[in-house]
Write a protein that binds this ligand. Structure first.
Ligand SMILES: Cc1cc2nc3c(=O)[nH]c(=O)nc-3n(C[C@H](O)[C@H](O)[C@H](O)COP(=O)(O)O)c2cc1C
Length: 210
């Protein structure tokens, strides 16, 4: 069974898809939370766009922004933070397309007992953020990952009038998609990053003693 690459610093894979940048902003904040915990790094990766016929439509190396994910990024991670815009109350197709390519990891149990969390952005407050997060956790459970949300010790959950759920951080981007990530959403993303980083470190011995 595959664990973290030997001798390498453990990392949490922050894997996302973002068309307009809202989900990317959350991803970067979660990565900042991960990086604030010593002994673990954040690896920021995204999935490429796909066409209606499900072919990759972009060059292998993107012109800017995070690198595209490779299967090995997922195979060797110590934890995963998965981000997608809300699309009709569900995760976006490019991310699902990537997840559908992970059967080999599933067959080898490569992700069993690794912690995972999810985050999302939507234009409207009640536009399906929570259902999106729930649909995102289902394939992760099939992989044997241990899902971690955001506990209410993050008191912003009780104060927010925008994004933020116990299932994972969210952002409400607004009708035109131009709302900034507000203070509560930002703090929740940071707390989520810190939590997944701590869990990634804490669960490592569990996997090593198998
Ligand atoms: C095809 C499609 C479906 C969408 N479905 C929803 C939805 O169900 N609820 C919602 O509030 N916003 C919906 N949106 C808006 C996006 O979730 C929103 O603009 C989000 O902030 C985009 O994230 P990004 O900036 O990371 O691409 C949809 C957008 C698209 C293009």
């Amino acid at each position: 069974m595959s664990a973290t690459t030997p001798d390498a610093t453990p990392y949490v894979l922050v894997l996302y898809y973002s068309r307009h940048g809202a989900t990317r902003t959350l991803a970067e904040q979660i990565a900042a939370g991960i990086e604030s915990i010593s002994g673990v790094e954040a690896r920021l990766r995204r999935v490429p766009e796909i066409s209606a016929t499900c072919e990759q439509t972009e060059p292998e190396i993107p012109d800017s922004g995070a690198m595209y994910v490779e299967l090995d990024d997922l195979r060797h991670c110590s934890g995963l933070a998965l981000g997608s815009p809300t699309r009709f109350g569900n995760m976006a197709a490019p991310l699902k397309y990537f997840l559908d390519s992970t059967s080999e990891l599933w067959m080898n149990g490569a992700l069993i007992d690794k912690p995972a969390t999810a985050f999302s952005a939507s234009s409207s407050l009640h536009g399906g953020q929570e259902t999106t997060l729930i649909t995102m956790l289902i394939p992760l459970l099939h992989h044997g990952m241990v899902y971690a949300g955001v506990p209410y010790s993050a008191t912003e959950l009780l104060e927010t009038t925008q994004g933020g759920t116990p299932y994972g951080t969210t952002h409400v981007s607004g009708k035109r998609g131009d709302n900034d990530v507000d203070d509560n959403e930002q703090r929740l993303a940071l707390a989520q990053g810190k939590r997944i980083a701590r869990l990634a470190l804490a669960m490592q011995p569990l996997r090593e003693t198998k």
